[in-house]
Structure formats: C-alpha cells, structure tokens
Write a protein that binds this ligand. Structure first.
Ligand code: SF4
Length: 380
C-alpha cells in the first residue's frame, strides 16, 4: 500500500554527522509551508483511486512545527489524498523541541507514532554529535510522549561513535530498553561526505572506531535486542511484534510513495509497462519555493527504473530487510531465483549466512554482517 512522505527542512542546529537536507534559519517557514501546500495539490490526480497506508513527517526536524502548522498539513493531505483510517502517521521528533502540550496536540491531530532521535544517553556523546538535547531531555521526551497517549514509540540510537566502548554502547541499549519502546533503530555512525565530521576525520582530529569494534557492537545489538523480544527486521531496525515501521517497510518492498518538500524522493510503479519512475526534489529551500510559486514542479531529476534494476533492488532491499520473498519475486519478475541461483543459495544456507522459511530467503545475524557482498552474489 502506498505512502506519503513530507520533508520539513529546518533544524535548530545542524548535527556534526548529518547529510540530510536542512537549514538552521527558519525565517522562510511561512513561504515554505505555502509552497508545500501547493506541491501537495499538484499530485492530486496521481492519488486517484489510491488509499495511502502511511504518512511520515521527516527532515530536518518536523517536531519544530507548531500543532497548527502540522494540523493544517495533515488536513490538506486528508483532503487531497485518501488516507486509510488505520494509517500509520509518524513524526520524527527531536527531544529538544517538544513540550507536553505540543505532543498532546500532535496526538489529537491523529499522529500515532513518534520516531525519537535520541542517539545516545551519554552527555559527552550527545555533545560530540552536536545534538541540541541532553540525556535528561531524551528521557523526558519519552515520558511526555507516553503521557500524551502515544503507544507506538521508536527510538533512534547511534553506535560506534568515536571513542565509544562496547560497555558504553551496552549502557545506551539498556537505558533504551528501560523506556519500553516498541521499536529501536540502531545505526552505526557513518562519516558522510561534505559533513563537518568528514572534515574532522580528514584532518585527523577525529579517528573513527576500528571496524572490528563496530562489528562487535553490531553483533551485540542483534543478540541483545533479539533476546529482549525484538524482531530484527532490517539491517538497522528492531521491533516488538506488530510494531515494524509500515512506512519504511513500504520503501523496502517497492511500494509507491509520494514525497513532498525539498530533497524528497518519490517512486511510482507503472505495473503494466514493467518499470517504475523515480523523481526527486531540489535540495534548496529558496529554489523549491520559487519553482512552486511559478506553478512548476520542484524537481531536480527523474529516472525510469526498468524491470532489471527493479529486480536487483528487490534482491538488495529484501536481504536488508526481513527476507527476499521468492514466490513474489517469481510472480512479479518471472525469475525463479531458487533455480537460477541454486548453488549460491545452498552454500549460503550451509555456511549459516542465510535460511529459508516459507519461501523467504532471510539473512542470519552472521549474514547481516556481509549483507552487501551476499546481495551481489544473488543478483539475477
Ligand atoms: S536534527 Fe536530524 S536532520 Fe537535523 S541536523 Fe541533526 S541529524 Fe540532521
């Protein structure tokens, strides 16, 4: 079932490691919102006859929106697109930007899931990452969210922060568990190009953790969260049964999605024609607003994704998430991977990198450590 994504391109302060498109200056918020409303309107016809299953406000920091601003966006989305009555509606939330009143108001607007960017419970790690919140605000945010009536909370954590030991990472995971979230996303710190972190690494002022230590933390995370009742359903994502992110799952299974806002991506399949179309918006707020004011789509580029690329992506995305559905793959692409790649699959199973359950080829924790290499071997 299709999804809607809305990118809010403002942050109170840029974090050291972040390469998502966002700016600190919020003076153009009003212009941005009116451009965004225009863009939402422009894809109206594409949504004809479609029911959207998830709405995700990401960024940037969507929790900077006032309840009035968020409410106006949500009611416009409901007016233009059909959104299922049980849709998952998520707001990415920065602990330094919320109050009880704001979270209560979000809940009343129909938001039913918060994805809280905590990243760490250690003050020095939060400072290193240049997050705006402290450990106390992180804990408080979860409590406020519960008090506001949220029953579906996800916590984002980062591991392998330079200098972080396994013991400190364990204590972050323990602290996260004590808050009883339904979902945890645990990402290793990636040094993205053109970020302040990349410059610090290049000038040798910061040394990334050794890869063996990072692998050790990752292995520990899989084991630890698994033993506490979390399903490991994507390389970096863990959920209590029934609480997987439906929005992300749609991305990973090639469902259609429409993205609004600067830098947002969209994907729409032309099933009969055997390909998909992908397009993405300009990552510049003033150009985004100018284009929409002139009634033009704010696109940077678009591409047609042919069946072969879709197949390759499906292998990669399936193995990264909860397995490659061999029956669905055959139905959609006419290729029976269990025949064409029989010996590779058998070898992966014998060496305990993968297992097959209900015609779904799934990586084991050992396989997740080599996800990219294994995907390469299984490309059709
Ligand atoms: S708050 Fe999130 S989006 Fe904003 S700079 Fe930090 S990591 Fe990036």
């Amino acid at each position: 079932m299709p999804s809607l994504y809305v990118h809010i391109p403002f942050c109170e302060k840029k974090c050291l490691y972040c390469d998502f498109y966002s700016i600190e200056n919020r003076s153009s918020m009003v212009d941005f919102l009116s451009a965004l409303h225009r863009e939402i309107e422009m894809y109206r016809s594409l949504g004809d006859g479609v029911t959207f299953e998830t709405v995700f406000f990401g960024g940037g920091t969507p929790s900077l929106l006032s309840p009035e601003q968020l409410g106006s966006l949500l009611s416009h989305l409901h007016e233009v697109y059909k959104i299922g009555s049980d849709a998952e509606i998520t707001v990415e939330t920065n602990p330094g930007t919320v109050t009880t009143e704001k979270l209560r108001a979000y809940r009343l607007l129909g938001v039913n899931r918060l994805s809280i960017g905590i990243q760490s419970f250690h003050e020095d790690e939060l400072k290193f990452l240049s997050r705006i919140h402290d450990a106390n605000q992180a804990l408080q945010c979860v409590r406020l969210a519960r008090a506001a009536g949220f029953e579906n909370l996800s916590i984002d954590l980062i591991f392998s922060i330079p200098g972080q030991t396994l013991a400190r990472w364990k204590s972050n995971l323990n602290q996260a568990l004590s808050l009883a979230p339904q979902h945890i996303s645990a990402y290793s710190l990636i040094v993205e190009e053109n970020t302040p972190l990349a410059r610090l690494v290049a000038s040798k002022q910061v040394s990334p953790n050794p890869v063996e230590e990072e692998a050790e933390m990752y292995e520990f995370t899989m084991k630890f969260l698994g033993s506490h009742g979390f399903e490991h359903y994507e390389v970096s994502n863990y959920a209590r049964p029934g609480f997987r992110s439906r929005h992300n799952y749609n991305y990973w299974t090639h469902e259609n999605y429409l993205g609004f806002g600067p830098s947002a991506h969209s994907f729409w399949k032309q099933q009969e024609a055997g390909f998909g179309k992908r397009w993405w918006n300009i990552a510049n707020l003033s150009h985004y607003c100018e284009r929409l004011l002139g009634n033009q789509l704010p696109l940077t580029s678009q591409e047609f994704v042919k069946a072969r690329e879709l197949m390759n992506e499906r292998v990669f995305l399936g193995l990264r998430s909860d397995g490659l559905d061999l029956t669905r793959f055959e139905r959609e692409f006419g290729v029976l991977l269990s025949d064409t790649h029989e010996s590779t699959i058998n070898q992966l199973i014998n060496e305990e990198y993968a297992a097959i359950e209900d015609r779904r080829l799934r990586l084991t924790p050992k396989g997740f450590l080599l996800c990219d290499e294994i995907s390469e071997r299984l490309l059709p």
